[in-house]
Design a protein around this ligand. Structure first.
Ligand SMILES: Cc1cc2nc3c(=O)[nH]c(=O)nc-3n(C[C@H](O)[C@H](O)[C@H](O)COP(=O)(O)OP(=O)(O)OC[C@H]3O[C@@H](n4cnc5c(N)ncnc54)[C@H](O)[C@@H]3O)c2cc1C
Length: 484
């Protein structure tokens, strides 16, 4: 067992937690620890190793602005390359030895008498002046409540817990779900499985991916002139920002996006009946838009059956669909996403007056500046409420929140290290602004239910551009009060 006392305890070693660790180290704030339940760093990119896994925002943008890489082999790097990027960054920045692997945080409680946090883990207890929750938004796989799933009799695998050698070869595979993971996985399964059946409750909107290899010559040119990497990133950032217009509900932008997606479908699926079952029944952008050049050919090709209905129940060796049909299967793949808007971790965090974070979020996730909560002094949540985007990279958002954290720590130093928490009115006012901004967005008006929402209200996504987020998430000392 280990444990100890630090200025900052960071929980989670994904892009969020590692980014914070690097910036703390660079700022000379050496008193910190990163507590990670997994057996490696990387978060999303450690856990998601299914065939075909890759980012869907170009790697030049889906990486840290302060560590551009000339090494990406493709425009959209495969997951293993992203994981290698994170490992190399952590090692070169000297933060690897700050990470305690195999250390799950089981409770995190503010101690009013001590005016600091007690962080209880499976490998010891830590005391920290400040805590950063970087436990991820897509880190708790969601197993659907399908009657009979436990009686299937064969392996049931979630995409985010892909085993080393799942029994796919020559087997009949039932894939439940058609979201971002399924769309990457299914084209890869086709070559291996005897047959793949895909259960699709709602057809996704799909745009061309336009992936390509980055050859050695191009990579060498980037290495020689890092300015080109920054310029490419800036260009991608600005291009992506324009994608918010459609999400905001602008009819012209929506029509343009819709037309592109429908043209992609028409070009890849000539058969009208197949096209009908692959045409979404909600507005584009309402759920995450997917990018693929091989999804439509895969699901309309030989070796795949698309069931245009969700899975309803499971029997021994059989999956029954909501439309009454049934298929026999040897393996079930759950491409069913994550517990996003109701993170189980929130039950483990107890604030100043004994309220848990789950209770604080009973009506939906909320945080001032998408980062700090009233009643939870010196606690910062990354990639939590209203902190992700539908149209651009999560990494820029994490960097904005990390700057906020560092400014908060600097301010604390100038105040003699008195712990502070955000005024409840300030938190309420921010939430009201977020909900005002959300009105008219496609997430609320597009006729779908997505993981961005919680009981009809926007919970996770930031209803603006990444630049708007940078402007909104600025540390102001006046938003906080001292905690006695
Ligand atoms: C397949 C996939 C593809 C994606 N592609 C993109 C993309 O192209 N673009 C994009 O912007 N976003 C993408 N995302 C979203 C992605 O999750 C974020 O971009 C980013 O990686 C999140 O980093 P994070 O550090 O916030 O969370 P995570 O990477 O999830 O890391 C959280 C860490 O916290 C740890 N943890 C959780 N609970 C505890 C506990 N109790 N104790 C200790 N440790 C704990 C977890 O083990 C994990 O290591 C993708 C997500 C998935 C699943």
């Amino acid at each position: 067992m280990t444990g100890g006392t630090v200025e900052v305890a960071v929980i989670g070693a994904g892009f969020g937690g590692l980014g914070v660790a690097i910036q703390l180290e660079r700022a000379g704030r050496g008193s910190f620890v990163v507590l990670e339940r997994g057996d490696d760093i990387g978060g999303t990119w450690r856990d998601n190793v299914y065939p075909g896994v890759a980012c869907d925002i170009p790697s030049a943008l889906y990486s840290w602005s302060f560590r551009p890489s000339a090494g990406w082999s493709r425009r959209f790097a495969p997951g293993a390359e992203i994981q290698a990027y994170l490992r190399a960054a952590a090692a070169e920045e000297g933060v690897l030895d700050r990470v305690r692997l195999g250390t799950e945080v089981t409770a995190c409680a503010w101690l009013p008498g001590d005016r600091r946090w007690r962080v209880t883990t499976t490998a010891g207890v830590w005391y920290a002046d400040s805590v950063v929750l970087a436990v991820g938004r897509l880190s708790e796989p969601r197993r659907p409540d399908l009657p009979g799933l436990d009686d299937f009799g064969g392996p049931v695998v979630h995409t985010a817990r892909w085993p080393e050698a799942p029994p796919v070869l020559g087997r009949r595979v039932a894939v439940i779900g058609t979201g971002a993971s399924a769309i990457q996985l299914v084209p890869e399964l086709v070559d291996q499985a005897a047959h793949v059946t895909v259960f699709q409750r709602h057809a996704p909107w799909v745009l061309p991916r336009e992936d390509r290899a980055v050859d050695a010559v191009e990579r060498a040119a980037l290495r020689r002139d890092p300015g080109r990497m920054t310029a490419a990133r800036d260009r991608l950032f600005e291009e992506a920002e324009t994608g918010f217009d459609a999400r905001a509900g602008d009819p012209v932008a929506l029509a343009a996006l819709r037309d592109r997606a429908l043209a992609h479908l028409a070009a890849q699926v000539p058969d009208p009946a197949q096209r009908r079952s692959l045409t979404p029944d909600y507005e584009i952008g309402c759920k995450r838009i997917l990018f693929s050049d091989d999804w439509y050919p895969a699901v309309t090709g030989p070796g795949v059956t698309l069931v245009p209905a969700g899975a309803a129940r499971v029997g021994p060796g059989t999956v029954h669909a909501e439309d009454g049909s049934a298929v026999e299967a040897d393996l079930i793949v759950l491409a069913t996403g994550f517990h996003a808007a109701r993170p189980p971790f929130a039950h483990r965090v107890t604030g100043r007056d004994g309220t848990t974070l789950a209770e604080h979020w009973a009506d939906g996730m909320r945080a001032h500046a998408s980062t700090v909560m009233a009643g939870f002094p010196q606690l910062f949540v990354l990639n939590g409420p209203h902190a992700t985007l539908g149209h651009s990279s999560a990494i820029d958002m994490l960097e904005t929140q990390t700057r906020y954290l560092l400014d908060a720590l600097d301010d604390r130093d100038t105040r003699g290290r008195t712990p502070v928490e955000v005024w409840p009115e300030v938190e309420a006012d921010y939430l009201a602004q977020v909900h005002r901004r959300a009105q008219g967005t496609v997430w609320l008006t597009g006729g779908c239910d997505s993981w961005y929402l919680d009981r009809g209200r926007l919970a996770l996504i930031w209803p603006g551009t990444a630049s708007d987020f940078r402007a909104a998430v600025r540390y102001r000392a006046a938003d906080f009060r001292a905690v006695d």
